[in-house]
Design a protein around this ligand. Structure first.
Ligand code: G3P
Length: 229
């Protein structure tokens, strides 16, 4: 079930390979895609292709599966194998290195969608866009971890995109650590955010919503007890 506004507002992706979590968030009706990486596949404890195929059957949005070859030919070969063996909605995640740019260009020319990952500068994002990337993934949290401001990178990338309005590559904010990251990305106009399940839960929860429900339910119980429901 894909969000009804996925063409016109920020896409929300889940950053996990845990199928139970993906099922839960997909049931909310607002999940637009899923991103995985080798570390998340390791955490799942499952076979790579099997788990990605299952994820692709739960969520119709793009499901990122990452190549692990570090040379262009190897990346292209792995990508073609993944596209051949896995469902149509799987897209290919590629690291932002020269070999990855070349692989992105080749795959784009073959009509295969890509997500260029491990982006830490606006120049890297622009180079990936020039290679035809469908998505670029700047990592906010990992920049914050170094004592710098990850959100500045999103601002720089969005400014670059505004300067060149013909760029169609979507900016996929990744390595998101708290709800404020998401709100700031929304304000900057990033196209997509990929987040762990915890952030989805934090974004929907508000103590005043819970308090309001408690109050309404208590009062309604009294209406029912009075036989007036
Ligand atoms: O999927 C890539 C990215 O979101 C990883 O996040 O938390 O490992 O820095 P993190």
């Amino acid at each position: 079930m894909k969000c009804l506004l996925h063409h016109t507002c920020m896409e929300f992706f889940l950053d996990t390979a845990d199928v139970d979590e993906i099922r839960e968030i997909a049931s909310w009706g607002i999940l637009d895609g899923v991103t995985t990486n080798p570390s998340l596949i390791k955490k799942s404890g499952r076979d790579f292709k099997q788990v990605v195929a299952e994820i692709a059957s739960i969520c119709e949005g793009p499901i990122s599966a990452e190549v692990t070859a570090m040379d262009t030919d190897g990346m292209v070969q792995q990508a073609l194998e993944l596209k051949n063996e896995l469902p149509e909605n799987v897209i290919i995640k590629i690291p932002c290195i020269p070999e990855g740019l070349a692989a992105t260009k080749i795959l784009t020319e073959k009509g295969i969608k890509t997500n260029v990952t491990l982006i830490f500068s606006a120049a890297q994002a622009l180079m990936a866009a020039k290679a035809g990337a469908t998505y670029v993934s700047p990592f906010i949290g990992r920049i914050d971890d170094t004592g710098h401001d990850g959100m500045t990178l999103i601002a720089e990338i969005m400014e670059t995109w505004n300067n060149y309005p013909d760029i169609t590559t979507k900016v996929l904010a990744a390595s998101i650590r708290h709800p404020t990251h998401v709100l700031q990305c929304i304000q900057l106009g990033a196209h997509t955010a990929t987040m762990p399940t915890k952030i989805f839960r934090q974004l929907i929860k508000h103590p005043l919503t819970d308090k309001g429900i408690d109050g309404f339910m208590k009062d309604w119980a009294e209406v029912e007890a009075a036989g007036k429901a």
